[in-house]
Design a protein around this ligand. Structure first.
Ligand code: SER
Length: 321
């Protein structure tokens, strides 16, 4: 039976992936960890411990003590924040990942690793429309450089030490449960919260900045599908492209207006605009579809309906508390 360690269980992806993995593998088999406390459902729905992935000694003890067989390493400094503290972000993103790869190399029981890459691995010289799996990769952000280096290390550990590492280049992820922090695609979450709370939003990207975005349930499904795929079907051991939607801020605005007619938007692009300008607008994920059946359920319409409904519920609950 699998025993799964999640690093970053309080984060945007971790808070939802933990719940899904507990459903699939049983609550007692999924060990949620973070450097900060998580939401109550994560902390009481199964084992939760405070753990700093930078502390390699505690990490290896944890893995041995709990007989861990799979690790999902989801902690990272995102693109916007990384530009503010480049060396610290590089240190955290790279060293945490190397700690995980080394644990997998040292502890035989650890059979599988998941580590997220990002569309940030691409750069201004990459074809921006329908960006292929294999293409020019010259990222110009610290976050993108760390993700590209990480992809190379994943493939290296697979080839050299036979570690079954799997990875996805996530697009911007849209979710209502836990907000992201410090990313360039965060606008696509903030816009929904602002629409419900304030009826207006000042967007830090221009109205026609198209970026690849994906609704969290589709991202969770893709992650689980990749991790459960037969190893022999996987031809990519760096990180797989996944596409999802290609959306502009003006399009989300127009969709929200269908539900909240008075919702207004203004545009004040900041430093994150120059990050977005180097990223793809849409992604070719045909290799992921071929190798492990990657597919999606949600479009802008269905996602918007759910986002607005769930955020309303969440904010009402907060008022009642
Ligand atoms: N959503 C991330 C960011 O904006 C991209 O991986 O930093």
């Amino acid at each position: 039976m699998e025993r799964i360690l999640i690093i970053g269980a309080a984060g945007q992806i971790g808070s939802e992936l933990t719940i899904e993995l507990r459903k699939r593998y049983g609550s007692d088999h999924v060990f949620a960890t973070d450097i900060k406390e998580a939401s109550p459902d994560i902390m009481i729905g199964g084992p939760f411990e405070l753990l700093d992935v930078m502390d390699d000694k505690r990490l290896i003890h944890f893995v041995i003590r709990h007989k861990i067989t799979q690790i999902y390493h989801l902690a990272a400094v995102l693109s916007g924040n990384a530009e503010k503290l480049p060396i610290q972000a590089w240190h955290i993103n790279m060293n945490s990942m190397m700690n995980i790869l080394e644990v997998a190399k040292m502890v035989d029981e650890v059979k599988k690793i998941f580590w997220p890459s990002s569309i940030a691995v691409f750069g201004p010289t990459t074809p921006r429309i329908n960006t292929p799996q294999l293409t020019v990769m010259e990222p110009t952000t610290v976050y993108g450089i760390s993700k590209l280096a990480g992809e190379r290390w994943c493939e290296y550990y697979y080839n050299k030490y036979d570690i079954d590492v799997r990875s996805i280049r996530y697009p911007g992820l849209i979710s209502y449960k836990t907000e992201a922090g410090g990313g360039t695609t965060d606008y696509a979450v903030e816009i929904y919260y602002s629409a419900v709370k304030n009826g207006s939003y000042d967007c830090f990207l221009t109205q026609d900045t198209a970026l690849p975005l994906l609704f969290m349930p589709d991202a969770i499904k893709a992650t689980v599908d990749l991790m459960e795929a037969e190893p022999s079907s996987l031809s990519v051991r760096s990180a797989y492209n996944i596409g999802g939607l290609s959306i502009k801020p003006s399009e989300i605005h127009a969709e929200i207006v269908k539900h909240i007619p008075e919702f207004s938007i203004s545009y004040t692009p900041d430093f994150r605009q120059s990050i977005a300008d180097t990223w793809p607008q849409s992604i070719d994920d045909s290799i992921s579809a071929r190798d492990w059946g990657c597919s999606y359920q949600y479009n802008l319409e269905s996602m918007t309906e759910i986002m607005l409904e769930e955020i309303r519920k969440k904010l009402n609950l907060e008022i009642l508390r």
